[in-house]
Structures are given as C-alpha cells and as structure tokens.
Design a protein around this ligand. Structure first.
Ligand SMILES: Cc1ncc(COP(=O)(O)O)c(C=O)c1O
Length: 392
C-alpha cells in the first residue's frame, strides 16, 4: 500500500499483507527462532537479501515485520526497524550514529531514560553531549552551529510538554551536517510527522500510544533506507529485537490508533482548559493552550496536541500525595498513552532515574502531576478530578 491512502485506513490495513498466511485475516504470532530452506540456493537468496523472507528471528520475523511496516507507512518513511522497547530504539540509534570524539546536541528535558544515556553512557564513550534550554531555540541553533554529528529532539517533551520547532532545528542540523533525530512518542504519527518537517529519523516508544493498551513494550525507528539499515545492523548483532507476541499486541492496538488519539486529543484539551480555571491548580502545561509559550509552533507542526498534559498544585508535593489516591478513573502508574487515564509524578515515573537536583536542573518541579488522558468520557474525567482536588 502506498500514499495517498488516508491515515485512518493505514492504521487498519497498512503493512499486514505480506505476513498473512493461509487466508488468515489477522497477522499470526510466528514463534519460530529460525526459518528452514530445503533448497540451499533459495536459502542463500534470502540470506543475501536477493529474495524476501526470514532466516532467524533476531534479524527479521513475519509478525515483527508487519508491525514495522505499519509504523513505517504511518510515518511516511522509506524504512523502519523495531526494538524490544523505546529505550532500545533510542540507545541503538545513538550507539549506531555516534563514535568517540563526536558531539551531540539535545535539550535538557528529554525523557529521563534518554537523559541518562546523555549524561551517563555517551560521556563514557567520549561523546561530547550538549544539552540546551528546551525553550530557547536560538541557544539550540547556536550549539548546533558549533558542529555536531547528531541533533536529538523530543517534542512535546516529557513531562512539561515543551515544544521544539522541528522544521527550524532540522534546518540548523542539516546546515551543520548532522543527522536529525526526533522522538515522536508523545505526538504519535496521527498528530505529527517529523520526517515531513525535515527530521532524518523518527523514534517511537510503541509501549505508549502506538500499542495503546499498556500490555506490551516495543520501540521503532523510521527514516531512509541507509540510516535505518545501519541501525538495523547494530540491532541484529546486539540483539534488542522485538518479541513476536509483543509485535502482535502492538499491531492489534495500532488498528485503533487514529480513533484513540482523536479522543485523547479532545479529552486532554478539555481537561487542560478546565484545570486552568481551578484555584487549587498553580499552572497547567499543555501545547493546546493559547497560553503555552510555543502554542504557535505546536499549531503549525501538529494536527492535534496529544493526550498528555501536566499540572502543578498550589499545595506542592504534599497536595499531590493527598489528591492522587482519590482519583477513581486513573491508574497511578509509570506509563502513558493507554486507553485508561494514567497519572504519575515525574519523581516516581519518567524521571525516577534522576536525582531531585537533576530534576530541578531540568526544570521539573517535584509537585508536578503528569496526566495521560485515556479514551473515557471527558465529563467523567473532569468530575473525577473535581472530587479529588477537594483534598488539595
Ligand atoms: C518520550 C519517551 N521516549 C521514550 C520512552 C522509553 O520507552 P520504553 O519505556 O518503551 O523503553 C518513554 C517512556 O516513557 C518516553 O516517554
């Protein structure tokens, strides 16, 4: 299937054809470590990539292939490869692209695990990491202009929902000869397509919105054949492949991606507007609000503002501890992007790997609540928040 098929149709049908067998209407879970070839010439053709097929499931697998194809089509990419988790996708990408002596430019408030790669693992490989103020595009451009191998973006950011101008920073990255990578987990391909905005690679934690049911971990990287081929090669050798059962669950979840994300966009915007008017709430972070610092950029590059918002309570962390247990329609868990609403604080979820001082340096207040709106009725979610906020 190729363009211009609409996104809604691609989420349902995209990428599955080659993996359907014996008339099955659903992609099977193929649990086979290896694939046999009685004919040695045919085996060699597949092994050398002259014919399509599978050799060994650390490299490729029919169920995993269908998942990769669906993500690839939704991101409008030439190639895609998959991983055991979002962090495997991020680390394998960075370890493929960077060598000792290289420099990478990113921002201070990427996802906590990504930040750990920047602050703990890359310096160990003698990669110079420059983390800029996420709200200051001029500072990021200046850092990129000094020269770098990789520009690494994440937008909206986790958990303060800052927005980076992908088009502007991709242009700066390309002028410096860098590969521009964007983590699109929060936006999803329904709301934002970084490759169309100039990024070279787009990364997903499929664990979140792509799967959407909080029952499987996975990751994906999409881009041109050469770059993705290099990352695939790193992964096939080092082994962080996606499990076929997880690929099956993610594929099934993705069939409703467009419907879920549409509802989550609507719910999050309504809830963000409502929270803004509550006396117990000190501030609300959501790119769909006109008061957001980069609302204009979000309007330009996003079709919807996403299902995640965050807010600060006037009473700080003590108030958070009183309010969260009262919520009836929200899991208190370290996750987001599922059909059920999920709340958490960065100190216990996305940035649990960081010290309080590191979180403060990244501009993450300890009293922040991250709220991932599910697909429930927005009125019910607001009523639930209202009764919980009484304890603030
Ligand atoms: C923006 C973002 N990127 C990457 C990840 C890592 O994904 P995973 O948990 O699948 O490794 C997360 C996890 O929360 C995330 O929020």
């Amino acid at each position: 299937m190729t363009d211009p098929i609409s996104t809604a149709t691609l989420t349902v049908w995209g990428g599955e054809e080659a993996s359907l067998v014996q008339g099955a209407t659903q992609v099977p879970v193929v649990y086979s470590a290896a694939f046999g070839y009685p004919d040695v010439d045919a085996w060699l053709d597949v092994a050398l990539g002259r014919q399509p097929g599978h050799i060994y499931s650390r490299n490729t697998n029919p169920t995993v292939h269908a998942f990769e194809e669906k993500v690839r089509l939704l991101e409008g990419a030439a190639a895609a490869t998959s991983f055991a988790s979002g962090m495997a996708a991020i680390s394998n990408t960075l370890f493929t692209l960077l060598s000792p002596g290289d420099r990478i430019v990113s921002v201070k408030d990427t996802y906590g695990g990504t930040n750990k790669i920047f602050t703990e693992f890359l310096p160990r490989l003698r990669v110079e990491v420059e983390l800029c103020d996420t709200s200051d595009h001029a500072q990021i451009e200046a850092a990129i202009a000094q020269g770098c191998r990789v520009v690494y973006l994440e937008t909206p950011t986790n958990p303060t929902l800052k927005i980076l101008d992908i088009k502007r920073l991709a242009a700066a990255g390309h002028a410096a000869g860098a590969v521009v990578v964007t983590d699109n987990t929060f936006a999803t391909p329904i709301n934002q397509n970084p490759l169309q905005l100039g990024a070279d690679l787009v990364i997903h934690s499929a664990t979140k919105f792509l799967g959407g049911h909080a029952d499987a971990l996975g990751g994906a990287v999409c881009g041109d054949r050469d770059l993705v081929g290099r990352i695939y090669h790193y992964r096939e050798i080092t082994g962080a492949m996606l499990d076929p059962m997880a690929a099956f669950l993610l594929l099934r979840g993705m069939k409703t991606l467009h419907l879920r994300v549409r509802q989550q966009n609507e719910n999050a915007l309504r809830i963000a507007r409502w929270l803004q008017a509550q006396p117990a709430v000190a501030s609300v972070y959501y790119p769909g609000l006109e008061t957001h610092l980069h609302h204009d950029v979000a309007r330009r590059q996003m079709a919807g503002f996403g299902g995640v918002l965050s807010f600060m309570l006037e009473g700080g962390f003590e108030a958070v501890k009183r309010v969260l247990p009262r919520l009836r329609f929200a899991h208190r868990a370290a996750n987001l992007g599922a059909v059920e609403t999920i709340v958490g604080t960065p100190a216990t979820t996305s940035h649990v790997e960081c010290t309080a001082a590191e979180r403060a340096a990244m501009g993450i207040p300890e009293g922040l609540v991250r709220y991932s709106a599910g697909i429930e009725d927005a009125g019910d979610l607001i009523a639930d928040l209202a009764q919980a906020l009484v304890a603030a």
